[in-house]
Design a protein around this ligand. Structure first.
Ligand code: NAI
Ligand code: MG
Length: 368
């Protein structure tokens, strides 16, 4: 084994953030021990805890620390814990402003959300049993810093009628770089298939999207590319989710489709995510928020964060075997009917947040 030394920035945040980050760190430490790596963790404040200490959701010093590291693992920000009065402050001082700032400053233009239905969680899937039982395992790659959400917008009066305008703009460079991320991911997967989702029958930006994606595909002869219109993609996700491997799409389509995909995958407490830019740097976080309703109770499901740590190992550190080991261990734990409270059902053993982190770390160590 190659000895690897890596700097990982941890952002516990607030709400359940510190509880779930603690467990993910435990698992990363178990990986380091098992494979002779050295992970150096540096914690920074973001969100309410930073507002309490420094008056802003994220300081420039904290951003510098994150930038110098190899990757960032984030818990969640938001919620109402502690003694801050965030709801009284301006939007740029809201805890979530820290998240937008860090994404922007670090140039994270590709958002990855895997949606996997674990065999043991089939009953948590809202799809018809015969579809759910076949399972699925896909990754959505959503463009994160362009498109409709970043285009020019204004409201004006046209002949006395109030009119609002949003613009959807993409240039070929923005499309190419996110397409490459999708194809690179496809190369690491068994099916090696990219489904590019657009609305090329209507939108010019989608026609450009399609032609640039086809250009990129030429560099990846082993990957199968298919195009799908977004309305059809929304239907196919619930009809036959198994057909998807890597789904590539622009910002707004990805926003909607990734939420749809997360619902059919069962619990929000299971879903990791990654935001990537040029190079190997990335920011990894669970898809859920700070869950203030269960914060401080040792109840939260830490698996989304633990699976985000696995993505960090794979994408930012190139530690494929270690990432797979985490994912396999999580599946073993589920197969043995251990769950946190959010996935409580008859016949299962309910674990606290910290017990779930313990069992994943222990089983991972034993299996290596
Ligand atoms: P949420 O995801 O925090 O919670 C929704 C529901 O899911 C709650 O009932 C919660 O208890 C449950 N839940 C979430 N994560 C869980 C876990 N790991 N284990 C078990 N149950 C879990 O979304 P909500 O309530 O809309 O937002 C709460 C706060 O989080 C808000 O301030 C929001 O702005 C912030 N937020 C932050 C995000 C981030 O840091 N990236 C993303 C989404 C929301
Ligand atoms: Mg979100």
């Amino acid at each position: 084994e190659i000895y690897m030394k890596a700097n990982i920035t941890l952002i516990p945040g607030d709400g359940i953030g510190p509880e779930i980050i603690r467990e993910a760190k435990k698992v990363l430490e178990a990986v380091a021990d098992a494979y002779d790596h050295e992970f150096i963790f540096t914690e920074i404040d973001m969100g309410g805890c930073s507002i309490d200490k420094y008056g802003v959701p994220l300081t420039d010093e904290a951003i510098e620390i994150a930038k110098k590291s190899d990757a960032v693992l984030l818990g969640a920000v938001g919620g109402d814990v502690g003694n801050s009065r965030w709801y009284d402050v301006a939007p740029n001082l809201r805890p979530e402003a820290g998240l937008l700032k860090i994404r922007k400053e670090l140039g994270l233009f590709a958002n990855l959300r895997p949606a996997t239905l674990y065999p043991k969680l089939v009953s948590a899937c809202p799809l018809k049993e015969e579809i759910a039982e076949r399972g699925f395992d896909m990754v959505i790659v959503r463009e994160l810093t362009g498109g409709l959400y970043f285009g020019e917008r204004y409201t004006k009066e046209v002949d006395g009628v109030k009119t609002a305008v949003d613009t959807l703009v993409y240039n070929e460079n923005e499309i190419r770089r996110v397409a490459k991320v999708a194809f690179d991911i496809a190369m690491t997967r068994e099916k090696k298939k990219v489904t590019s989702v657009d609305k090329a029958n209507v939108l010019d930006s989608s026609r450009l999207w399609r032609s640039v994606v086809e250009e990129v595909a030429k560099e990846y002869p082993e990957v199968t590319l298919e195009h799908m219109l977004v309305d059809n993609a929304a239907m196919q996700l619930v009809k036959e989710p198994r057909q998807f491997d890597v789904m590539l799409t622009e910002n707004m389509f990805g926003d909607i489709l990734s939420d749809e995909a997360s619902m059919i995958a069962g619990s929000i407490g299971m879903l990791p995510s990654a935001s990537l830019g040029e190079g190997s740097f990335g920011l990894y976080e669970p898809s859920h928020g700070s869950a203030p309703d269960i914060a401080g109770k040792n109840k939260a499901n830490p698996l989304a964060t633990i699976l985000s740590a696995a993505m960090l190992l794979r994408h930012s550190l190139g530690l494929l075997e270690e990432a797979q080991r985490i994912e396999d261990t999580v599946e073993d734990v589920l197969d043995s009917n251990y769950r946190t409270w959010d996935l409580k059902s008859p016949g299962i053993k309910v674990l606290k947040t910290s017990q779930m982190g313990d069992i994943v770390s222990e089983w991972l160590t034993e299996a290596t």
